[in-house]
Design a protein around this ligand. Structure first.
Ligand code: NAG
Length: 275
């Protein structure tokens, strides 16, 4: 009896579902076309790099175009302050880590496309254990990065992206965009040793697109678990199409007498105030 009823309901709503889904196909086609055209807009860059020597340069640029187009389509993504980043020479971008750092992907895409710079990105250890991502990490220069190797890279004039809060900040920061750097000042030590300019980076609304579901008491429990095992166990939700905009701040002034702790806290204060 119940089964019959279910069948009847299914029979009743099937046309409704179909009628609602069909326009979606057209929407997907329309958005797909828009995406294709946006990528095509960057074709001269693609052709240029396809003839260059680095075999991965073309792939990197093509993917950057794709992510750039997607960011524009889904979030109306904008980046302010790109011109502040030097065309060559060392620099460190220090950013607040959203639940999923999509803002960083879009910014990296714009840096590849407009600055033609190959940023080195310091990634959390767990990234290197995700199955199937090895090549992705390699081509986009995501590295585990010890302090010494980072100083070395900056001394060679590389551009570097760092999130001091990392996955911990991703999971346990909140709707107030609380910065969770703790006493982490490694990035400041590196910048001081390499005498590299430090640019604070913050993205408006990044936490309105992806979030973690936290329930009061469990949050502190999960945090303890994370601090012990460094495993991001919580699945995020969202990818809401909200408008996000990244701001690159002015380099934080410091001199050789500045301590790493002071520099770290100054960068974090600026990151808060940009927000
Ligand atoms: C965020 O800030 C508001 C206003 O200061 C406060 O009421 C709220 O508790 C804060 N949320 C968290 C999770 O700290």
């Amino acid at each position: 009896m119940d089964l019959d009823y279910m069948r009847w309901v299914l029979w009743l709503i099937t046309p409704v579902i179909i009628v609602l889904l069909l326009p979606l196909i057209i929407m997907i086609l329309l958005y797909g076309s828009a995406l294709f055209l946006t990528i095509h807009k960057h074709r001269h860059r693609l052709y240029e790099v396809l003839e260059s020597r680095d075999v991965w340069e073309g792939a990197r640029c093509a993917l950057a175009s794709f992510w750039d187009a997607w960011g524009w389509l889904w979030h109306g993504y904008e980046l302010e302050g790109l011109e502040k980043i030097p065309d060559r020479g060392s620099a460190m971008l220090v950013y607040y880590h959203g639940a999923i750092p999509v803002d960083f992907y879009y910014m990296a895409a714009k840096i590849i496309l407009h600055k033609r710079r190959n940023m080195k990105v310091i990634g959390d250890r767990f990234l290197f254990k995700v199955p199937g991502w090895k090549l992705l990490m390699e081509v986009f220069n995501v590295i585990p990065g010890s302090q010494d190797s980072c100083v070395e890279l900056l001394n060679q004039g590389e551009l570097m992206g760092v999130s001091p809060g990392g996955v911990r900040e991703a999971m346990f920061s909140d709707e107030n965009y609380t910065i969770l750097w703790g006493r982490r000042s490694g990035f400041a030590k590196v910048a001081l040793r390499a005498n590299a300019p430090v640019y604070p980076v913050f993205t408006m609304n990044v936490r309105e697109t992806f979030r973690y579901l936290h329930i009061g008491f469990f949050k502190s429990l999960l945090k303890k678990f994370y601090d012990m095992y460094k495993l991001p166990l919580l699945p995020p939700y969202g990818n809401f199409p909200v408008y996000i905009k990244t701001f690159i701040g002015d380099p934080v002034p410091y001199n050789s007498d500045t301590s790493a702790e002071v520099l770290a806290s100054e960068v974090s204060v600026i990151d808060v105030s940009i927000s």
